[in-house]
Design a protein around this ligand. Structure first.
Ligand code: ATP
Ligand code: MG
Ligand code: FE
Length: 340
């Protein structure tokens, strides 16, 4: 079975070809990060325009790299949400056009389910059930993946996503978009106990997240240091902020594993590239005697291969979309509007 997949939910235009759902034959990613950097974040109109320019060449390149012709493709998967609506529409329109022209079945994929499924590509032996910590630019949640089609959300963020907090703090400290990797690198050289930042929703059994209070506390610290003229040590601020985020993410993942009895932990989304998070999760899993899987850097951030993996399992479950499939900017896990 050959899957062609397209991803355009944010600032990466990507296309991939997979064999039998778990072997990546190609995964072409055209990133717009350098374009958006001068604005300090993703500008939706600019993103849409670049997706329009990139989508056809990226699909052509993915087929060429895989050595597979469009005729040989069995079905076409595409991200229909969540994300920037104008960006999503470009991928959805391209996939619908290809599906119609080539007479191939269309499969609308939930981007967040794709992030979780990236772990199946990076870890060939991984099978459900498992507990997944999903941490990306727009989402933070703990999910039990019961089988390939059943997802139970245990808790999510009440306000900001983890990645959003990283990006905001980095921007205020003067580092370019996206800020997560900069904070990660600074934190590795700083003292995580230099500044005590508050932890939210810390009571036992609470699996919800909140990062807006932490974000305000870091901003207040930076402002008052500036006013008083006390020197700001970027490495210590980054390390202390990152420690507060990791304590929350890892603590709640430990709690969720204990509460549900899940023995396998996966991490998903762009923030899973964070070195400190990987170390802390690996250590927690060792203490709790859990097996830990992660996707690796390329498959952690936005890419079409993860969308192709999810599409393959949806095809196996008979979940095909009509050509009326529409882009949906905000959808929960397990959303059913892939039906079109
Ligand atoms: P979503 O998937 O929720 O729609 P998104 O697609 O924009 O959002 P991803 O591509 O999964 O998000 O991840 C991007 C985020 O990951 C950014 O916020 C970025 O700062 C963060 N990130 C990437 N690398 C690191 C790192 N090493 N440490 C912390 N954060 C990181
Ligand atoms: Mg991105
Ligand atoms: Fe994403």
């Amino acid at each position: 079975i050959y899957t062609l997949a397209i991803e355009s939910s944010c600032d990466e235009t990507s296309a991939a070809v997979l064999r039998d759902g778990r072997t990546v034959l190609s995964n072409v990613i055209s990133s717009q990060v350098p374009i958006h950097r001068k604005f300090g974040g993703v500008v939706p109109e600019i993103a849409s325009r670049h997706h329009i320019e990139q989508v056809v060449p990226v699909v052509d390149q993915a087929l060429e790299d895989a050595g597979v012709r469009l005729e040989d493709i069995d079905h076409i998967g595409v991200t229909y949400g969540p994300g920037l609506v104008g960006a999503l529409l470009v991928g959805v329109a391209a996939a619908k056009g290809l599906a119609f022209a080539a007479g191939k079945p269309l499969i609308g994929v939930n981007h967040m389910e794709g992030h979780i499924f990236a772990n199946f590509l990076a870890n060939p032996e991984l099978e459900p059930p498992f507990l997944s910590l999903v941490v990306s630019g727009g989402h933070t949640m703990l999910v039990v993946v019961k089988d390939y089609e059943t997802f139970e959300v245990l808790g999510q963020t009440r306000d900001d996503a983890a990645g959003e907090a990283f990006d905001k703090i980095a921007r205020v400290m003067g580092y370019p978009y996206p800020g997560g990797p900069h904070i990660d690198a600074l934190a590795a050289k700083g003292n995580p106990n230099a500044i005590e930042f508050p932890k939210a929703l810390h009571e036992k059994g609470n699996l919800e997240f909140s990062f807006s209070g932490l974000k305000s506390a870091v901003l207040n610290y930076l402002n008052s240091a500036k006013q008083k003229g006390t020197p700001i040590v970027d490495t210590d601020v980054a390390a202390s902020f990152q420690k507060a985020v990791l304590d929350s993410l890892v603590g709640k993942t430990r709690e969720a594993a204990r509460m549900t009895g899940q023995k396998v932990i996966t991490v998903a989304g762009g923030v899973s590239a964070n070195q400190g998070l990987q170390r802390a999760l690996a250590q927690m899993c060792e203490e709790e005697e859990l097996t830990f899987y992660r996707p690796g850097r390329i498959l952690a951030t936005d890419n079409a291969a993860m969308i192709g993996c999810r599409a393959y399992y949806m095809a196996k479950a008979g979940k095909f979309s009509k050509l009326t499939l529409n882009a949906k900017p905000s959808i929960p896990l397990g959303d059913e509007s892939w039906r079109g």
